[in-house]
Design a binder for this molecule. Structure first.
Ligand code: ADP
Ligand code: ADP
Ligand code: MG
Length: 652
């Protein structure tokens, strides 16, 4: 076995690998960027090395710096986690060249499976069913369009170098093909430096079902059952479970056999996942599944497999990389109960799931025997725009699917995230969605139920805002009392008696607040039992959690966050002006292109500019009919969240 492992990753997966490595008696070495100096994975490791600035390209993706750190720390192996360098064959080769074991497959297997077109060609040879379509060399738009027509709509355009759902476009009509191809190619070029695509038949009622495989260096390969990852947004997994609802033992064996054949065909070693797309129309059935891709690494959702098999997949990874044999034979692999995982993200479901960065004012998870929480952050940490905004994974295990889903939904209800917005409420709603619970779902489920799941703008939660105002009042009272003890004149506040606000007396007081950036007025009545606060006649909520900081109160209610602050009336002037025609960047990002010129007349909904953030494109559109009076950015500019991009003057 190894003595020292360097973990070439960050966040929850780095922490999770460290946990097993320590249990196995390994010395653990973390690497970190400047943005992560105080991160949990750095604290957990026995030793940590700074490898560069925040940008991943100069830190977590900088292979040479990581190898240098491994040498300095005398690590005899490197675990890459997922994402970053985990599927980079050149990095695996550099490890080997430096005499350090790479905890993953040989570079040759990564190369064989790394590009989707090549992988599909290899699978066809190994008699593994692949999705019909075109995955050849030719890339002329006209030719690809012909192939799409031949394949038959709907089709999916996929980046051959794709991952994380990027560079993918579904096309339903021949007329839409050119635009979709352009978008897919542009996204692929920017995310992977490779614009090449393939065309696939879009399977209707698709279910994403993947098999966990493991192979050793002695020629053995087995599978550890399937996972169902059909609950997706933008082709990215949201909730994953094992086993797959509706899966029979016979079909599991059939899929497992195909997965093992796929692993053997590429000379695989270690942990890998074969992703299949299954036709879910009328239920899963023999022959109704096709190879999509192989992920040659540990998967984000591996904990559901660990829950139902009772195994530690990271432990197996170490053992196999050390040359040991697979610990179990296929018929010794068990399947106990049901497990479900939810990915908790710092994002705002009500605003198109935009990443929501900032300091985690509060972060608390419930605990329980049937609940596992994998996280890489703690309260006080910052969710930065540099990395994937995943906060944690919550994994519930139950005797039945019903039970696991209930445990998970309750755990999400009792999870506290304050500061950045989170998808906790959305995930809980998903766990409770009747059709999902009944096992009636496919990959279109989330998009088809956004409103039911609360992922639409819902307007201000006035009961929560009123509670926030009440908390501010209490906070201010304490502050004033404390200041008065020291020096009565040192502090001024809207709650001071001399500008019309009073903390006692029978009068109704009026307090201007900002709730989620919206102006509101809280009415405060002093009752014997304490202050009663209302907004538009709605009383402060009793079923919420409030977290106070010096300048705001964060109220969490029914999975939603409402940020309440006192409004300084002197700042009410300015702003966007009455026209509301200022188009701002919805998040930190880079301007990919500006599509209009100054003086151009535009119509409401017209595309104005494209901003790229987290490798995803966001299109800014005109909020009203009018004329472009100002363009505040240029192509390739970096823009901050809320920055002015374009100003439109409304038509008279
Ligand atoms: P999975 O099926 O495991 O979700 P993906 O291909 O979607 O596989 O990506 C794995 C995970 O790694 C995703 O959650 C993605 O957000 C994350 N990831 C991928 N690339 C990066 C990167 N460069 N930096 C940070 N996280 C990444
Ligand atoms: P990535 O490398 O980005 O994970 P995949 O090829 O695994 O790309 O596809 C991502 C997701 O897109 C799948 O999980 C599935 O939901 C959907 N998808 C992929 N191929 C098809 C297809 N042919 N038909 C329907 N949906 C598909
Ligand atoms: Mg995939």
């Amino acid at each position: 076995m190894f003595k020292t492992v360097l973990i070439a990753n960050r966040g929850e997966i780095a922490c999770r690998v460290i946990r097993t490595a320590k249990r196995l008696g390994l010395r653990t070495v973390a690497v970190y960027s400047q943005a992560d100096a105080k991160a949990l994975h750095v604290t957990l490791a026995d030793e940590a090395h700074l490898i560069g600035p925040a940008a991943a390209a100069q830190s977590y993706l900088a292979a040479d710096k990581i190898i240098a750190a491994a040498k300095a720390a005398r690590a005899d192996c490197i675990h890459p986690g997922y994402g970053f360098l985990s599927e980079n064959a050149a990095f695996a080769q550099s490890c080997a060249d430096a005499g350090i074991a790479f905890i993953g497959p040989p570079p040759s297997a990564m190369l064989a499976m790394g590009l989707k077109d090549r992988a599909k060609a290899l699978m066809e040879k190994a008699n593994v069913p692949v999705v019909p379509g075109y995955h050849g060399e030719r890339q002329e738009p006209k030719f690809l369009k012909e192939k799409a027509y031949e394949t038959g709509y709907p089709v999916l355009i996929k980046a051959v170098a794709g991952g994380g759902g990027k560079g993918m476009r579904r096309v339903d009509r021949h007329a839409d093909f050119d635009t979709a191809l352009e978008g897919a190619q542009r996204e692929a070029q920017s995310a992977f430096g490779d614009a090449r695509v393939l065309i696939e038949k879009y399977i209707t009622a698709p279910r994403h079902i993947e098999m966990q495989v493991f192979a050793d260096t002695h020629g053995n390969a087995i599978h550890l059952n399937e996972r169902d990852c059909s609950l997706q947004r933008r082709h990215q997994k949201v909730i994953e479970e094992a086993p797959a609802p509706g899966m029979s033992a016979v079909l599991r064996a059939e899929m497992g056999e195909a997965a093992v054949a796929a692993a053997k065909a590429c000379g695989y070693v270690g942990a890998g996942t074969i992703e299949f797309i299954a036709d879910g129309a009328g239920g899963l059935k023999s022959g109704g599944f096709w190879f999509m891709e192989m992920n040659t690494r540990l998967q984000v959702e591996h904990p559901v497999t660990e829950a139902i098999t009772g195994l530690d997949l990271v432990e197996w990874q170490f053992q196999i990389a050390a040359g040991e044999k697979l610990p179990l034979k296929q018929d010794q692999v068990t399947l106990d109960g049901h497990a479900v995982e939810a990915r908790l993200y710092a994002e705002d479901p009500e605003r198109g799931f935009l990443p929501s960065t900032g300091k985690l004012i509060a972060l608390k998870f419930p605990s329980g025997e049937d609940l596992r929480v994998d996280t890489g952050v703690t309260a006080g940490d910052e969710v930065t725009p540099f990395y994937d905004p995943m906060i944690a994974k919550l994994i519930a295990h139950g005797k039945t699917r019903e039970q696991a889903l209930s445990v998970l939904a309750n755990a999400l209800d009792n999870t506290i995230v304050a500061g950045p917005r989170s998808n906790a409420g959305f995930l809980a709603a998903l766990c409770r969605a009747p059709h999902f619970r009944a096992g009636e779902f496919d990959t279109g489920f989330i998009d088809g139920h956004l409103a039911d799941l609360g992922a639409v703008p819902q307007g201000l939660d006035k009961a929560a805002a009123a509670l926030g105002a009440r908390e501010i009042l209490a906070h201010e009272r304490a502050r004033i009392a404390a200041a008065a003890e020291r020096d009565a004149d040192a502090i001024r506040s809207p709650w001071d008696a001399d500008d019309g606000f009073q903390l006692s007396g029978p009068r109704r007081q009026i307090v201007p607040i900002l709730a989620d950036g919206e102006k509101a007025v809280a009415h405060v009545m002093q009752e014997r039992s304490g202050p009663v606060v209302t907004i538009d006649g709605i009383t402060a909520a009793g079923d919420a959690v409030a977290v106070a900081t010096d300048d705001a109160v964060y109220v969490l209610r029914h999975g939603r966050q409402t940020r309440v602050a006192l409004r300084d009336l002197s700042l009410d002037e300015g702003g966007d002006g009455a026209g509301g025609g200022t188009v701002r960047a919805p998040m930190h990002g880079k301007v990919l292109s500006v599509l209009v010129e100054e003086g151009a007349s535009v119509t409401r909904g017209q595309r104005l500019a494209i901003i790229e953030a987290m490798k995803m494109e966001h299109t800014l559109v005109a909020p009203l009919d009018g004329t472009v009076s100002e363009i505040a950015v240029a192509k390739d500019d970096q823009v901050a969240e809320g920055a002015k991009v374009i100003v439109i003057v409304a038509d008279p």
